[in-house]
Design a protein around this ligand. Structure first.
Ligand SMILES: [Zn+2]
Length: 331
């Protein structure tokens, strides 16, 4: 795209942009808070078998990875060292110990074993351990927070299930904007948000061309995945209702106050979220085109853990059981 594209309304732009970031995390965990998805990945040692061995010896992750072990695993599981060796994992280079309980801290105290605190996300990480041990009020013990806790380097990395390469992040951005424009009222909403008609046409033409070139605009596939309907309007993957483009531009912080005075519109716009058709899972890379959709926040809450198809199977069971139950009850 040589020509500079007309800008999207800021709320829409930021909604799309944020899909390239991970979810939030607080200081009590070792994950980064809202980091880019192509950042350093943390792989729990107990999930290592879910990944092909090549993942550990190649450049699969753009910003590298750190394998996270519990002290018990490292010091008492004789198999652990063999598993590490086969994957070229080394404590202090691309693996760290994570202390989460006071019992671990006392039994396998890192300082007694001459270990140092890890502070670097890129290998070699120059450190062996992190600690996130909460304070206990009953014994008057203070919390122990060590490693990746400075303002310049907070969090050791991102959850591996949330990872995507920069290229994938960008493809998802394109496809998610394409889906915005497929909302039945996208143009009028963009107009009312300050874009001009020609800006809208330019933007749609550019996004559609880019998506066609990168095979991101396969409407048949989007339809079969429940992302758009049979007239190519964007829908919620769970309830299948058409999404209004207005939902992209609502600031839901103040909408509750405004809604009472808003009388010119009787439409009830529900908040929308990024939606995964197949849920994020350790061992899979599901932040990818054709697996991302827009959908209602409420619908998303229902299928976030199990994915859309499993949720529908469960709902069917609920409905069938209810019908049988009601028939019995009325006899
Ligand atoms: Zn819905």
């Amino acid at each position: 795209m040589a020509k500079r594209l007309p800008k999207l309304p800021p709320l829409l732009q930021s909604k799309i942009y944020k899909t390239g970031q991970t979810r939030s995390a607080n200081d009590d965990v070792i994950f980064q808070n809202r980091a880019n998805r192509n950042g350093t990945v943390l792989i729990p040692f107990e999930s290592i078998h879910l990944f092909d061995i090549s993942v550990f010896t190649s450049d699969r992750f753009e910003s590298g990875f750190i394998v996270v072990l519990s002290p018990e695993e490292y010091y008492t599981n004789p198999e652990a060292l063999n598993i590490m060796k086969a994957r070229k994992l080394k404590l202090g280079v691309n693996a760290i110990l994570s202390y989460e309980t006071r019992a671990q801290w006392n039994e396998f105290n890192p300082y007694k074993n001459k270990l140092t605190v890890a502070e670097k996300r890129t290998t070699p990480i120059d450190g062996h351990f992190v600690a996130r041990i909460l304070s206990s009020t009953s014994k008057d013990e203070e919390k122990i927070i060590l490693g990746f806790n400075t303002s310049s380097c907070k969090g050791a990395g991102i959850r591996v299930a949330e990872y995507a390469s920069l290229l994938t992040i960008k493809s998802c951005h394109l496809q998610l904007e394409y889906l915005y424009w497929l909302c039945y009222d996208s143009k009028e909403v963009a107009l009312s948000a300050g874009m001009t008609e020609s800006e809208i046409e330019n933007r749609i033409a550019a996004i559609t061309t880019a998506c066609n070139n990168q095979k991101l605009a396969n409407n048949e596939r989007l339809y079969k995945t429940r992302i758009i309907d049979n007239v190519q309007n964007t829908i919620c993957p769970l309830c299948l209702k058409k999404l209004s483009a207005e939902a992209f531009l609502l600031n839901f912080f103040d909408s509750s106050e405004k809604s009472s005075e808003k009388s010119d519109s009787d439409k009830d716009i529900s908040p929308i979220n990024l939606f995964y058709i197949n849920q994020l899972k350790t061992g899979e890379f599901n932040h990818s085109p054709y697996n991302l959709a827009w959908g209602h926040q409420n619908c998303n809450m229902i299928c976030k853990e199990t994915g859309v198809i499993e949720t529908i199977k469960w709902m069917k069971e609920v409905v069938v059981n209810t019908i049988i139950f009601n028939k019995d009850a009325s006899n």
